[in-house]
Design a protein around this ligand. Structure first.
Ligand code: AHN
Ligand code: ZN
Length: 335
């Protein structure tokens, strides 16, 4: 009798445990379902950091892509051919621009469109030229040497080429333009200290006055600049906050949501003149700059900015992934 009671009691206990476990499972599944419905989970492609790194390394292998150089011409061909693998709608915009010393140089903006028939679009951009002067180097003998620009230039382009590859594989709901600007980094060298204005961002100044399609409009633009160094920090840059604070919040919120809170920092920092400044000012499309800001350096930019040390060794695929995955998520969540 005693043993039988105990046995029944144990059976009872087991069944209570079993059913309560089942119940818990059900409720957590239901919870998950409602979270998914609330955030309208959309498909986002997986950004491949090794592919992006390869695209950065390819550019750097040409040598410094200084406007007017052979390396610049060869790299332009590579960028055009690469974008043509991913989109049938590629425009090479040839232009002439006057640099700080009044020389006229030829430039090329290279542009790929995805879903060209869709009106609702955004654009992504970066500069592909590299600076002729390492005028922030610690050794003044290097001031007139050109830089590899692995981070300053090639990193943003590498991320955009990988995004272009993903856009051939998967279609977002909106239209996308990828714009690679030439002649961003030929600004007046530090030694001249002349107060000539508008010597930076010559390619984006040209495009803003002569967009690649007539009556071109986009909802907003995202510029990538120096997005490849280890432990990069992207602060909320002032010019972007002035012209496009809602886009900044959208992008920073996406990055933080997918786990990149160590990289995308909500602190606001000083406004700078970069390609996005002219786009905002001339063609009036709200455009933000995702740019590495470091409060511990004199320039405020990443440690090796405009030095001969901005070479392939500073590129970390982990940072390319953070930026590429964030931008891909932003564009696939748009409708
Ligand atoms: C100026 O130094 C005026 N603007 C920074 C833009 C820049 C240069 N980005 C990369 N290189
Ligand atoms: Zn630069």
């Amino acid at each position: 009798m005693k043993t039988k009671l105990n046995f029944t009691f144990i059976l009872f206990l087991i069944s209570v445990l079993f059913f309560s476990c089942g119940d818990n499972k059900k409720t957590s599944q239901e919870k998950n379902k409602s979270i998914i419905q609330k955030s309208e989970k959309v498909f986002v492609p997986d950004f491949n950091a090794d592919s992006a790194y390869y695209f950065v390394a390819k550019q750097v292998e040409f040598g410094p892509r200084v406007p007017g150089s052979e390396a610049n011409a060869a790299c332009a061909k590579f960028l055009e051919n690469t974008l043509k693998r991913f989109s049938p709608d590629v425009t090479v915009q040839n232009f002439k621009a006057r640099i700080f010393n009044d020389t006229i140089l030829n430039g090329k903006n290279i542009i790929a469109s995805f879903n060209p028939e869709i009106q609702s679009r955004i654009f992504l951009c970066a500069h592909w030229d590299s600076r002729p002067f390492a005028d922030h180097d610690s050794d003044k003998n290097n001031f007139n040497k050109p830089i590899d620009g692995a981070n300053d230039g090639a990193s943003g382009v590498g991320v955009l080429l990988e995004i272009a590859r993903q856009l051939k594989l998967h279609q977002p709901k909106i239209g996308i333009d990828i714009i690679l600007f030439d002649m961003e980094d030929y600004g007046t060298p530090q030694s001249l200290q002349s107060n000539k204005e508008d010597t930076w961002a010559l390619g984006s100044q040209y495009w803003s006055k002569n967009p690649h399609k007539i009556n071109y409009r986009a909802r907003y633009g995202i510029l990538l600049d120096m997005v490849g160094a280890s432990d990069a920090t992207f602060t909320m840059e002032g010019t972007s906050m002035y012209y496009a604070p809602d886009i900044m919040k959208k992008v920073w919120d996406v990055a933080n949501k997918i786990g990149y809170q160590d990289y995308f920092i909500y602190n606001q920092t000083n406004g700078i003149i970069d390609d996005h400044y002219y786009i905002n000012d001339i063609i009036n499309i709200p455009t933000i700059d995702i740019i590495h800001h470091d409060p511990n350096t004199r320039s405020g930019f990443f440690k090796h900015w405009h030095t001969i040390h901005d070479n392939i060794d500073v590129i970390d695929p982990a940072t390319l992934k953070v930026v590429g995955q964030t931008v891909l998520t932003v564009i696939f969540e748009e409708r």
